[in-house]
Design a binder for this molecule. Structure first.
Ligand code: NOJ
Length: 547
């Protein structure tokens, strides 16, 4: 009997609260707004919510720089309001995951404030201090070391200067982490998404890395020497509560993910993969390439095949607060509805637990801002600066437009009214001007909208054992335009077919499906019988049959 496997049968919705819904009119999304929208979230058919960080934070990295792990950011509400949201979510049948960010804190966290005071205070060893820095770069801005006048030493920060890395080798720091976990689990949360968790154990002596910008030091801090030991300690706390843990590990390979997911070193229920988000870029979204369906399929299929049968389970997603909008990347704003719905089909029926990021379900697209000063995200600004010497401002701005995390952070578009219904005040960030058409209210009324299509996909998935737990097999992996795969469980089989081209494509069914009666369960071209060998631009179909 599988215990505590509920996460395999639900779809999650990710909330980046600041831009979700403003309940108190100050222009910033909050937990009052979330409370009012819980019924909407439930109406999508989802069974869980992941909140990006809700804690007090100076917002150097919008919440991923935490200054107090046991409270709620006053912009979002307070602990009482969080409890109300949690209880209501539970009443509606949705579990709730918090974001656990323990690779680093904010430099405004009291631990860091104490730590910088001297070399021998109770917190002096909570962070990583050195007299001489090594050659590592930060992933956000310049060198990974900043000199602190007060202490007279350098501290390590793999992200921004305002995000000093915790010294996880210190047992007291690990005890703090366990206590933070308990604090939220005692309130009733159901688990954690764990931020850059594969970076928490650094190689002893902090040796120099390769002379490669940004990532040259990564070999010494990713999947580090004590990672599984430390995560094992956290796992024991999670297990006491039956909590789910989802690990984030940038640039992870599926092989390394297996160490977190299986065997003696199992510490996570799921690991977030990045490979399939690199189908239109190299390394990060900053270095663009034309979208390649083959790269997308190769990455997805590699994770599907490698995890299957090993007791490991995939996270399925195409958007979150760190990536630009998927229609603008892998789809087409011209074929907005068609490509938005097709992209949903392309990943929602894979094996794993799907995540939907706020606004994805209505087809929100990238924002185009006129100047870099209008962007808010530290990584976007850095991206603009990095290419200062060899690209024109127009080119750099276009790069930011294509890659910015801010595209995922514009306010949620609820209706065609003022500020897209996000706030009665002045929104903290620009609302995408397409809100008059792309909004929840209009899409609720349109039977064929992206929103209604997401609901149909989630409903179909959640009532089919084959789609939830069935095996996965891909057909025609080298086809440049078609993504075709099956999910099979017992005698039930589903065939999923997506055309990634902005024009018609002729398909050939795999031999096993040619002489079978196929039942069309979903098609994003309303009114079609789905039996023609010609797929329309960005058409997606889901067939059911018997084996
Ligand atoms: C990953 C988070 O998703 C991202 O938003 C953040 O900037 C980095 N980790 C650093 O915490």
């Amino acid at each position: 009997m599988e215990q505590n496997q509920w996460f395999k049968d639900v779809t999650f919705y990710q909330i980046w609260t600041r831009s979700f819904a403003d309940g108190n009119g100050d222009g910033i999304g909050d937990l009052y707004g979330v409370y009012d929208k819980l019924d909407y979230i439930r109406s999508l058919g989802v069974g869980g919510i992941w909140f990006s960080p809700l804690y007090p934070s100076p917002n150097a990295d919008y919440g991923y720089d935490i200054s107090d792990y046991r409270d709620i950011h006053p912009d979002f509400g307070d602990l009482r309001q969080f409890q109300r949201v949690l209880d209501k979510a539970h009443r509606l049948g949705m579990r709730v995951l918090m974001d656990l960010v323990v690779n680093h804190t904010s430099d405004e966290h009291p631990w860091f404030q104490e730590s910088r005071k001297s070399r021998n205070n109770p917190y002096s060893d909570y962070y990583i201090w050195r007299d001489k820095p090594n050659n590592w770069d930060s992933l956000f801005e310049g060198k990974a070391w900043t000199y602190d006048e007060e202490r007279g030493q350098y501290y390590l920060h793999l992200f921004s200067k305002k995000q000093p890395d915790l010294n996880m080798d210190n047992p007291r720091v690990r005890r703090e982490v366990r206590e933070i976990m308990r604090f939220w689990l005692n309130m009733g949360v159901d688990g954690f998404r764990e931020d850059v968790i594969s970076f928490i154990s650094k190689r002893e002596g902090l040796p120099n890395g390769l002379p490669i910008p940004a990532v040259g030091g990564m070999m010494h801090y990713k999947d580090g020497p004590h990672i599984h030991e430390y995560l094992g300690e956290f796992r024991r706390v999670a297990e006491e509560y039956g909590a789910v843990q989802i690990g984030e590990s940038p640039m992870t390979t599926v092989r390394s993910a297996l160490h977190y997911l299986t065997g003696e070193t199992k510490s996570m229920d799921m690991m977030i993969s990045f490979d399939h988000m690199l189908a239109d870029c190299i390394g990060t979204e900053y270095m663009h390439l034309p979208f390649s369906l083959r790269r997308y399929k190769r990455a997805l299929t590699r994770w599907q095949y490698t995890l299957a049968g090993r007791g490991a389970w995939n996270v399925l997603y195409v958007e979150n607060h760190d990536h630009p909008r998927i229609i603008s990347r892998y789809g087409s704003e011209r074929y907005w509805r068609e490509s938005g719905t097709m992209l949903a089909v392309s990943y929602l029926f894979l094996q794993g637990t799907p995540f939907i990021y706020q606004g994805q379900e209505i087809g929100m697209t990238n924002i185009r801002l006129r100047s870099i000063d209008e962007y808010r995200d530290i990584a976007s600004k850095q991206n603009y600066e990095r290419f200062l010497t060899f690209e024109s401002p127009a080119k750099r701005l276009r790069r930011v437009h294509l890659s910015s995390r801010d595209s995922a952070r514009t306010p949620m578009q609820w209706n065609a009214g003022r500020n897209a219904g996000f706030t009665a005040g002045k929104p903290w960030f620009v609302v995408n001007p397409n809100y008059r058409y792309v909004n929840v209210e209009r899409e609720e009324r349109d039977r064929h909208s992206i929103l209604q299509f997401y609901r149909r996909c989630i409903a179909l998935r959640s009532k089919s054992r084959a789609l939830l737990r069935g095996s996965y097999r891909e057909f025609y992996p080298l086809h440049p335009h078609i993504f075709m795969y099956e999910r099979v469980y017992g005698s039930a089989a589903y065939l999923i077919v997506c055309n990634f081209r902005d024009s018609e494509t002729v398909i050939t069914l795999p031999p096993a499906y040619r002489d079978k009666p196929l039942q069309l369960m979903l098609d994003n071209y309303p009114g079609k019988d789905g039996m023609s060998p010609v797929m329309e631009a960005y058409e997606a179909r889901v067939y059911r049959t018997k084996r």
